[in-house]
Design a protein around this ligand. Structure first.
Ligand code: PEP
Length: 227
């Protein structure tokens, strides 16, 4: 059976209390994933302030869900007010998501800045999910998972076709040598199976559908259930 990688991106949602409630809700419904965990690697990309709480709650509940940061500094520690370095993130998370289109659009993160972020993340021992909007965008060396996310499909309810997503993912694999490439853009429990059934697609990156723990569990279960 194909191993599926799923990264839920909460974006700028959830206080620390709401994050703790998410883990409690996830634990309550996690029976639906019994016997399915072996086929699945799942990560939740949470706000910085919630990372420690989420990590502790997942560990206490013995849930095999990894924590990812949604950002990392392009600099080392020092006089960079407001920045969170890779070393700080690594204390509470194993993963970081870099290059999301919202970071490129609203925070002016260029390919050059993103390359520096990947370097700092890798130097700190973090695993990197790197997002690109197409197969022409440069992917820095060393990333662990590439996310193909067409901008027009993010948060719109419109998805790429599974066949086209598969073809873009194949191109990314052959251009970059990336072993794991996933698709993101309005993925839900109802459409996830059509994406992971594609031969080149190794998983998905849901945003909105990861905010409710029950919906996220339904999505995870649907991804690893044979039709
Ligand atoms: C995302 O957060 O990268 C994303 C694809 O969001 P959504 O699933 O809501 O489109």
């Amino acid at each position: 059976m194909k191993h599926i990688f799923i990264a839920g991106n909460w974006k700028s949602n959830k206080t620390i209390g709401e994050s703790a409630a998410w883990v409690a809700g996830f634990k309550e419904k996690s029976i639906a994933l019994e016997g399915k965990w072996e086929a699945l690697t799942t990560v939740v990309c949470v706000p910085s302030l919630s990372m420690q709480t989420v990590k502790e709650a997942l560990t206490a509940a013995a849930l095999p869900v990894a924590v990812a940061s949604q950002n990392v500094s392009a600099y080392d520690e020092g006089a960079y007010t407001g920045e969170v370095t890779g070393k700080m993130v690594k204390e509470v998370a194993d993963w970081v998501i870099i290059g999301h289109s919202e970071r490129r659009k609203y925070f002016g993160e260029t390919d050059e800045i993103l390359k520096n972020k990947v370097e700092k993340a890798k130097a700190a021992g973090l695993k990197v999910i790197y997002c690109v909007p197409d197969d022409a965008t440069v992917v820095p060396p060393g990333v662990d998972v590439v996310g193909y996310e067409p901008v027009w499909a993010i948060g719109t309810g419109k998805t790429d076709s599974p066949e086209n997503a598969n073809s873009v993912v194949s191109n990314i694999k052959s251009k970059t040598g990336a072993a794991i490439v996933i698709y993101g853009g309005s993925v839900t429990a109802d459409n996830v199976a059509t994406f992971v059934a594609q031969p080149a697609i190794d998983g998905v990156l849901p945003g909105g559908a990861s905010l409710d723990p029950e919906k996220y569990i339904r999505l995870l279960a649907a991804a690893v259930s044979n039709p």
